[in-house]
Design a protein around this ligand. Structure first.
Ligand code: UTP
Length: 307
């Protein structure tokens, strides 16, 4: 099978969970400290070897294009002021990756957004990364999935375990274990009630997919919420060919959700060399020192994951 070179970033949703902030600004441009969320995701994709990013945007999302473009005027100002570190950071951002932009005219669903990328993706396997979900860990989340894809030569869906009480916020996998953390997908259940959930493995915003999915998406009827759901199309795909789902290692932050955004901000601030110490003192002043070391070893739970 061909090598995965392209990653699709669906960025055209309305972001209703973050209104009113998202009325005129994209949620993917929310800053985690001083870097917009979507830049973290682009860096993850680049780190995994992706060569071209296909951003599916919509109305009100122009700031994303500007962020990854060259800003001659600003660069000139920084050069004249001798702010060379900032200048090289701006130049690094605009040369991170080749990026192609496509508009999804109406937010008809995640599946529809992926379908909009067909003209650019063509007949190659491709990755999908949601631009409002940050993964943090020693290894790029997408790189972990790509490695599995290269071994299995079949679509692979990224998973993380979630607390049972939260399964109704996610697509949940019903699968046959292949090895530790890897399943062959039997079916995917979108937002099940807690007692009906076949597992506590939730679909997160990373996938490596094959182009035969596009034909399925073309005839996919609207599902939950009246939207053309990627999960429904993946269920159909899994009936035609083996589809796998794999647990991704690392912390996940759903920054399209207010609580997820707050957790990401605190996490990244505490880990920053220039800010961490002072910020920790500030938090300890509010909470007391013992509160800042949450026990993260509870199985099936990430203290950061929210939806
Ligand atoms: P979400 O449901 O998380 O995003 O969709 P949303 O619709 O923007 O946010 P809420 O739920 O109203 O707060 C998952 C991803 O799919 C994209 C979104 O931008 C997000 O990254 N998406 C969703 C599209 O690109 N197009 C769509 O029609 C729907």
């Amino acid at each position: 099978m061909k090598k995965v070179r392209k990653a699709v970033f669906p960025l055209a949703g309305h972001g209703t969970r973050f209104l009113p902030m998202t009325k005129a600004s994209p949620k993917e441009m929310l800053p985690i400290i001083d870097k917009p969320v979507v830049q973290y995701v682009v860096e993850e994709a680049v780190e995994s070897g992706i060569q071209q990013i296909v951003m599916v945007t919509g109305r009100g999302k122009r700031a994303i294009e500007d962020h990854f473009d060259i800003s001659y005027e600003l660069e000139d100002v920084l050069r004249k002021k001798n702010k060379l570190a900032l200048l090289s950071e701006l130049q690094r951002i605009s040369s991170l990756s080749e990026i192609t932009y496509i508009r999804q005219k109406e937010a008809l669903g995640l599946g529809h957004a992926v379908l909009c990328s067909e003209m650019v993706v063509g007949s190659e396997p491709f990755a999908v990364a949601l631009g409002d979900e940050i993964l943090y860990g020693p290894r790029s989340g997408l790189a972990q999935l790509l490695e599995a894809f290269n071994q299995l030569q079949a679509p692979v869906i990224g998973l993380q375990r979630v607390p049972r009480s939260e399964v109704s916020h996610y697509g949940i996998v019903d699968g046959t274990p292949v090895r530790d953390g890897l399943f062959r997908v039997e079916r995917l259940v979108e937002k099940p009630d807690v007692p009906d959930a076949p597992s506590d493995y939730a679909i997160i915003g990373r996938y490596v997919l094959t182009p035969d999915l596009f034909d399925i998406l073309k005839t996919q009827k609207p599902g939950v919420g009246g939207e053309i759901q990627l999960t429904d199309a993946l269920n159909t795909l899994a009936r035609h060919r083996p589809v796998y789902a794999m647990e991704i290692q690392g912390d996940r932050f759903d920054t399209g959700d207010k609580m997820g955004f707050l957790k990401a901000t605190v996490h990244f601030a505490l880990n920053r060399e220039d800010l961490g110490e002072e910020f920790r003192h500030f938090l300890e002043g509010i909470l007391g020192p013992h509160q800042l070391n949450p026990d993260k070893d509870t199985p099936g739970e990430s203290v950061y994951a929210t939806r």
